[in-house]
Design a protein around this ligand. Structure first.
Ligand code: 7TS
Length: 414
């Protein structure tokens, strides 16, 4: 992709919204390439949250005073905005959780614990994040269900033929990652969902690495459940989203109990509030919801198609620069529509942690480790990998700094 293709995205203008990017360490300007872990928060999001605390901080759904009414409206409207952003049919389908992990647990406990039993199968992929893998593994153990894994191919794509073998009439749930946080692979999720539905199974899609970086329409994918986190999409920590089809959520038992989620309580029994509040007990993340709303506005102001194009371009450039080294192994598919905005790699004879540490000496922030995909790393035959992940504010010059740091590491360890 040429520089011209990237021009529509005003990266310099965008960078002005992120003062954290001006930080320097020992005279070196920060190069932040750890966006798959968490993205930075632009001024309009910080401002929206400050405005909430300064002007209308209050608990929601409880008060009839002005502040509570304003906070309640803002909290509810955040659901509407998120619903619109991902193509859901309304706020009833948008449950605010703490993060993607809690969304996985919500469905695994509410649906899985009640619906799964011996003879049932849960089909995952080999590239699942622990948020999904460990959760379904544990729920399967408690219910007597089996877990199966769809293989990846040599080049880090999902083996769809194997998916067709794994998903059978015994499958009750297919849980798959939309974009792998380790390989960068963009999975054919609508195809997987169709296969699941053909066998009467439900499909949960982990969109933690997809919603921040590309247009996502849950209705078009036809996912039954779909999860993502605010802090990976220019929003705050402490809030995530669990989308669910309304008719399915209507039939689910709550997973956490308490105030705010009930309709009527007697000493003997309780009934539940309407959706989505039934799944949001206790005081919810109100300031965070306001922040998430502002983050969605911010991203849509840029345009998700342009976000995707920018990240694909930067990731392709990073891939090509790193591929110039004979002793660098890159994981996942080649640049193109099947690769998201990250590049996982290893430099031969240098442990990924040492590499990250040398990068840090240059103020280049990357991630090293197993990225919460230990079984996938076992499959790749490595204990850890280094990962550079990009967002709307990253530039090709920053990729050049990454590459210089790789050269430095190699000189140091050669
Ligand atoms: N699913 C995927 C695909 C992820 O990448 C992550 C976080 C999660 C689920 C969990 O998200 P959380 O907000 O609940 O923590 N992934 C990473 C990562 O790659 N580095 O740090 C966190």
């Amino acid at each position: 992709m040429s520089q011209q293709d990237l021009e529509p995205l005003d990266v310099e203008g965008i960078r002005e919204d992120f003062p954290i990017l001006d930080r320097s360490f020992d005279g070196e300007r920060l190069v932040y390439l750890d966006n798959a872990a968490t993205t930075h928060t632009p001024e309009p999001v910080v401002e929206a949250m400050s405005d909430y605390y300064r002007r209308y901080n209050s608990n929601v759904h409880r008060g009839i005073h002005h502040l509570s009414q304003e906070a309640s409206i803002a909290y509810e409207e955040a659901h509407d905005r998120v619903a619109e952003f991902v193509g859901a049919d309304g706020r009833e389908e948008i449950i605010f959780t703490k993060n993607t992990t809690e969304a996985e647990n919500l469905i695994a406990y509410s649906w899985g614990l009640n619906e799964l039993g011996p003879g049932d199968e849960v089909v995952l992929t080999e590239m699942e994040h622990h948020a999904s893998l460990v959760t379904w593994q544990q729920i399967a153990r408690r219910t007597g269900a089996d877990v199966k894994y769809v293989r990846i191919t040599e080049d880090g794509r999902l083996d769809v033929d194997h998916a067709r073998e794994c998903i059978t009439d015994d499958t009750a749930m297919v849980s798959a990652v939309h974009v792998s946080n380790t390989l960068g692979t963009v999975n054919p999720v609508s195809e997987l969902v169709d296969i699941a539905h053909d066998h009467g199974a439900l499909a949960f899609i982990d969109g933690a690495q997809a919603v921040p970086n590309r247009p996502v329409d849950v209705n078009a994918i036809d996912a039954d459940f779909y999860a993502f986190s605010g802090h990976k999409m220019a929003g705050p920590t402490g809030i995530g989203v669990c989308y669910g089809k309304r008719e399915l959520l209507e039939g689910l038992a709550p997973y956490l109990y308490g105030g705010g989620m009930i309709r009527k309580v007697t000493f003997e029994e309780s009934t539940w509030a309407e959706l989505p509040w039934r799944f949001e007990p206790g005081t919810p993340p109100i300031a965070e919801a306001v922040g998430l709303h502002a983050a969605v506005d911010y991203l849509e102001g840029i345009g998700m198609e342009r976000v995707r194009e920018h990240e694909e371009g930067i990731a392709a450039y990073a891939y090509e620069r790193l591929a110039e080294f004979d002793d660098v192994e890159i994981y996942g598919p080649e640049p193109g529509p099947e690769r998201g905005g990250l590049v996982g790699f290893n430099l031969e004879s240098v442990h990924a942690h040492d590499l990250a540490s040398i990068m840090n000496d240059h103020a280049v922030a990357i991630r090293a480790g197993d990225h919460c995909t230990q079984p996938l790393h076992d499959k790749l035959g490595v204990a850890a990998s280094a990962r550079a992940s990009f967002y709307v504010y990253n530039t090709r010059e920053e990729v050049d700094k990454l590459v210089e740091a790789v050269e430095d590491a190699r000189d140091l360890f050669a």
